[in-house]
Design a protein around this ligand. Sequence first.
Ligand code: LFR
Length: 471
Amino acid sequence: STKTAYLAFDYGASSGRLMLCCYDGHTIDLEEIYRFPNEPVWMNGHFYWDFPRLFHEMKMGLKKAASLDVEIAGIGIDTWGVDYGYLDEDGRLISNPFCYRDPKNAKAMDEMDVVHPFKEFYEIAGLQKMDFNTAYQVYYDVQHRHYILDCAKTFLFMPDLFAYFLTGRKACEYSIASTSQMLDARTRNWSDALLEKIGISREILPEIVEPGTVLGELTDEIVEETGMKKVPVIAVGCHDTASAVCAAPLESENSVFISSGTWSLMGMEVREPIITEKSLQYNFTNEGGVEGTIRFLKNISGLWIIQNLKKKWEEKQPDVSYMLIENEARSAERRHFIIDPDDARFMAPMNMVKEVQNYCEEQGQGRPETIGEIALAVYNGLAEKYRQNVVDIEEITGKTVDVINIVGGGTKDRLLCAMTAASTGKAVKVGPVEAAVLGNVLMQMKALGQLKDVAEGREIIKRSFPIETFN
Ligand code: LFR
């Protein structure tokens, strides 16, 4: 047939999956061929990713793909941002990477702030102040785990690590590197000034490659183990949010996106970084996108709190689904509860239900008791953040926002979509759900010459998936 097939690995903070994506010259269709949980492990006061397990799952996915008897043109990998690992001189992974919710990060940020004021970083990197930014994590390594840096020969971000173990090629992809607070947002390269402040040697940082670069083919070992052919691995927008925005069917320069999932990444696609007094004051971030774009956005806690409420409720009531939570929130009796979803206390609490209840009580709102009331406190908090964010974006950019495009897994939450339209007063367009996977595929297609540019890719997305409007 004339169909071309691609494999897209999309690793999120709670699960990962492998999608088979076929393009017939007109539309793209997707099939999930493998899914697995991703559970960071809490061990002696720290949160780690289980990297060998995640790599194992990658190979299981490839095995499954190999058994399908489909010709695969390329493989792309995207993951959450900021996290990384070190390789020794023989390419062995030194220590399991930390999870970005590790409590050491807040401490590291405070330590670095004392020596190097945040403003010095912001002026160059243009990144929002978040304690998990790679710069703080690496600063922690420099200060408290120097033995690791003593034998580290290569630094790689999470998707780069996977690509390295598949192909043997060591490179840092630009969009993921742009989440580190170690790049100069304007030159799009490592910033020597920032590296010096952090105390990491430039020598262990590999070259930065653009999204859409063919990294290399699967190694013989991987081919042997999985039954795959010698397929090329392509650096896509390796940061999941870069991929999601790549596939967002934005219609104009006044469109705002929300990449909705565990986090809500809300902002605009712009041509040049916006690093001003105001963007600093409002704590906006400039992350690197595909085709030289900048994702000017704010990182807002997203459905993370709802996900963790669900886990807690499931312990007593196994049939609690997202649908049920949504419906309970729609019909909740007392509707005034509201939290600040970005309050640090919601980052990784032991009991999310109590945390939300206590917050409301401490704020003088009374205590939400039912599933509906507790969930609504979160929904109200998110909707209010979105509203404020639109106001801030309009003020900073001087533009008037016309449409908000919501993409990603969070679009399945129809209550949140409706509340977004209501709170912002803007037209909201919803879809596609699988934005990260689709952006991943678009950049593979571009790398292999099947696509002229992202604009053409977004037209394919619009043809292939329903986009719904909420007013
Ligand atoms: C979304 C995301 C965000 C990033 C957060 C932590 O999955 O990649 O963009 O800020 O995870 O890495």
